[in-house]
Design a binder for this molecule. Structure first.
Ligand SMILES: NC(=O)C1=CN([C@@H]2O[C@H](COP(=O)(O)OP(=O)(O)OC[C@H]3O[C@@H](n4cnc5c(N)ncnc54)[C@H](O)[C@@H]3O)[C@@H](O)[C@H]2O)C=CC1
Ligand SMILES: CC(=O)[C@H](N)C(=O)O
Length: 369
């Protein structure tokens, strides 16, 4: 009986049992795209947690390749498929399975999930804050329509779904110092609006269809070997390239703009940890995660300790500055720490040492060749 299975799945988490089991049965007989719940046979007999088969969308951006590397170490190279609409560089193509996937093409998504018996989906495709403001209609398509496709395919095939949200899901009327998990969210970018939508839709699908939706609100993520994709926090990545190559950096945010930030290793570990957390430990489905918080001036001071000739100048981008001024200054992630044991490893000094070591050794290699 399809709806009996649906009720059982819906009952996975204590938080959603009461609400959904009170629904009339006719609401529970079909999944979001009118596929009978029996269609979930693709993944029903496999152990999702012990040995997931993973798909990462938007995997060629700043974060996806690092996530694939981490997950491949844990679950095996062939268990993790990276996908994007861009052509992968050689080293990525040869490091494990890669597939073309446009999240706006629902049939293509479904085919990939079915043919590869995917059980976990990490949905990284998005247009970030600054680039989203420059192209609102594409941001609406990718971040909102694309998300709808992802939610439907995940619900139909009983996937565990991770969707990242962001500090950008808050706005000028949110408390900014600190910003708790639950507070006013009225962002003023299409990026932020689409991420609040993703949080709410994911939680709705969790309560309505039993979707195992998990979401972290990331701070600005800082990585050494991948480029940021057009965000407001990009300066905190670029500064390390410029400090090691040129000894100077022109910053597009004001000196005193404080934003929450995180080193990529912490971000990816948090992502894996929340995906592996037992469902009963999750009192919420969307968590803030945090590590450090700094201003461009404070970051420059830390860089100066290692690169004594380093100089920072400011040429403020009005759009990015307005966005940054509406975002959290400090993120309260106490619920993540309490519920599933989140703990960051990198504070500002470790971040700066790690980034400069990486770029310094790259520059030395380039000079030697
Ligand atoms: N990097 C950061 O500081 C933060 C990132 N996040 C979130 O993490 C996720 C990953 O972020 P990044 O890797 O930095 O993003 P990114 O902008 O570097 O990469 C996004 C990827 O999505 C792909 N994409 C665009 N349209 C697509 C489509 N139609 N179908 C499939 N793929 C498509 C792009 O080709 C690109 O490779 C995003 O959802 C982002 O919102 C959240 C907070 C901070
Ligand atoms: C914090 C983010 O979501 C991203 N890095 C951006 O600046 O848009």
């Amino acid at each position: 009986m399809p709806f009996i299975r649906m009720l059982r799945r819906v009952g996975q988490s204590p938080a959603c049992v009461c609400w959904t089991s009170a629904l009339p049965v006719r609401f529970l007989g079909t999944s979001p795209r009118q596929i009978p719940a029996d269609a979930n046979f693709h993944s029903a007999s496999f152990s999702d947690t012990d040995h997931p088969r993973v798909l990462i969308t938007g995997g060629l951006g700043q974060l996806g390749v690092g996530l694939a590397n981490l997950l491949r170490k844990r679950f095996g190279k062939d268990s993790v498929i990276l996908s994007d609409i861009k052509k992968p560089p050689d080293h990525v193509f040869h490091s494990g399975p890669f597939i073309y996937s446009d999240i706006l093409d629902y049939k293509n998504l479904r085919e990939i999930v079915v043919n590869n018996r995917i059980t976990w989906l990490f949905h990284y495709s998005a247009l970030l804050s600054a680039i989203g403001e420059a192209n609102v209609s594409l941001a609406k398509a990718v971040n909102i329509t694309g998300l709808h496709n992802i939610l439907d395919v995940a619900a139909e095939h009983n996937l565990r779904l991770f969707v990242p949200s962001t500090i950008g899901a808050f706005g000028p009327t949110s408390p900014r110092n600190p910003t708790p998990d639950l507070c006013i969210q009225r962002p003023r970018t299409i990026y932020g609006v689409s991420k609040v939508h993703a949080e709410l839709m994911g939680e709705y699908y969790h309560y309505r269809y039993g979707l195992d939706f998990r979401c972290l609100r990331y701070p600005g993520i800082i990585s050494a070997d991948s480029q940021p994709g057009g965000g407001t926090t990009d300066y905190a990545v670029q500064i390390f390239h410029d400090a090691t190559k040129h000894g100077k950096f022109e910053c597009n945010l004001e000196a005193h703009t404080r934003l929450p930030m995180m080193y990529i290793d912490d971000c990816l570990r948090a992502t894996l940890e929340v995906m592996e957390a037992p469902a009963e430990s999750l009192s919420m489905r969307t968590y803030n995660v945090s590590a450090m918080s700094f201003t461009p001036e404070e970051l420059a001071q830390e860089v100066l300790k290692h690169v004594p000739e380093f100089q920072i100048t400011y040429n403020v981008d009005a759009i990015r500055q307005a966005i940054a001024d509406s975002w959290p200054m400090n993120f309260d992630d106490s619920n993540a720490r309490k519920d599933w044991g989140w703990k960051h490893d990198f504070d500002l000094p470790e971040l700066v040492t790690t980034m400069l070591n990486f770029h310094g050794s790259e520059t030395r290699v380039a000079q030697a060749n």
